[in-house]
Design a binder for this molecule. Sequence first.
Ligand SMILES: Nc1ncnc2c1ncn2[C@@H]1O[C@H](COP(=O)(O)OP(=O)(O)OP(=O)(O)O)[C@@H](O)[C@H]1O
Ligand SMILES: [Mg+2]
Length: 503
Amino acid sequence: MSGGEILRLEGIDKRFPGVHALNQVDLDLVEGEIHMLLGENGAGKSTLLKILSGSILKDSGRILLRGRPVEITDAHHARTLGIGMVYQELSLVPGLTVAENIFLGRWPTRAGGLINWPEMVTQAEAVLGSLGVPVDPRVRVRNLSVAEQQLTEIARVLALDVQILLLDEPTSALSDRDRDRLFGFLRGLRGKGVSVLYTSHRLGEIREIGDRATVLRDGRKVGTVAVADAAEDTVVRMMVGRDIRERFPKTPVPIGAPVLTVRNLRASNLLRDISFTLHSGEILGVFGLRGAGRTTLARSLFGLARLESGEVLVNGGGIEVTSPEEAIRHGIGYTTEDRREGLVPMMGLPPNITLASLDGVTRAGIIDHREEQRIGARLVEDLRIQPPVLSRPVRLLSGGNQQKVVLAKWLASKSRVLIFDEPTRGIDVGAKTEVFQLMGRLCAQGVGLLMLSSEIPEVLAMADRILVMHRGRIAAEYARGEATQEDLLRSAVGLSGSGMEEA
Ligand SMILES: Nc1ncnc2c1ncn2[C@@H]1O[C@H](COP(=O)(O)OP(=O)(O)OP(=O)(O)O)[C@@H](O)[C@H]1O
Ligand SMILES: [Mg+2]
């Protein structure tokens, strides 16, 4: 932290119907600092960033840029002021290519006004290259993985040459390696005097990259601390207003009969020789680096990716799953890493929550809305979904609360096998603990849980067994308590126990 103040917010206030999203928030950002913006789901972080990026308007308060009051009217205006933002829910246009997205609204032209496509691809290649992003600029965004989309989104903003960079959970879908690269890049920008306002639910990142941290709770500012002087527990207490005793509550559950058996699975030109058994009451962790095949495994079990060969047995019986409807009928549930896939954004909470258990709320082919409301209300209360307004369209919930709705959907279903892909992505510390407790409850009901996660501490603490994937195969298996963080990482990059690297 070296420079002077670049941005000052005074008494920023914003209400949505029924929610006081920001209540008299003050904040100052100095030149060349990385300032963490922290708080629970729904605390108001994204709202604050969106006001600065011009995508929503504040109700009242003052914004001073280098000491001069400004009214940020729209995203274009924010950009001319040197402010750029990476949105939490990705804002790329799926039907356009990576290059077209990176230069959206300012495509390079030739004399005569025609768009200069080769030039755009070349420039996009340069931007992606400088970030070390291995993505072809000619590919359409809809064909990218979530991580690749997130990297493209980041590249799009970094290509803008901004003075103030707003990053809303930029690393939630990134591998460790991509995150390290992003952090290297951010440190470089900081060295050049760029200021960064950064939100994350990954506590480790506060210390790793943050200079100062401002904590919001229920739309109010709790305080700003210098990261070097604040213990992690202090920051957590500021966020949730209480101490969290047990970060990873693990309920001991007796492990029962096999619920899912996979034999010699080959799929999607990536997975080979995948064999494992998941038992009732068991949490089977699946760890791996990006591209190792975890999500492909989940998608093939859920009928979203083509099986080439192999067997899948549920409760001892062989099944063939060629669509999600069939998977659900066989009692397999799947929460995707991209929560938007699991929700109907315009609908309220109960219809979303009962989406995977329509049989349970249908009487003679007609949806029993009273039953739907009853189930919805129970889970909203159980999971403490905020705000607990059943009729509110899920698209208006904060990111973490949307994730809770997805989990509620599978809690309401009668699934025996649940595949959770990054179940705590974007969820705050308190809610993470709640999700882990819910996982324990599901196991106690006899569900077998396949937990795909790239958060090593989570996998180590919660899984009864851990499979590590590398290049489409299962590279290692560990019993609970057997593996260290380093073991998982070594297996994930293809290093065997003796330290020999696979070519
Ligand atoms: N467009 C909107 N209409 C109505 N309510 C909204 C809208 N956008 C946000 N809210 C509400 O404002 C509050 C703050 O939301 P915000 O998205 O800023 O939270 P957040 O701190 O970013 O949470 P998360 O960590 O889950 O991303 C929440 O209660 C949310 O439901
Ligand atoms: Mg948010």
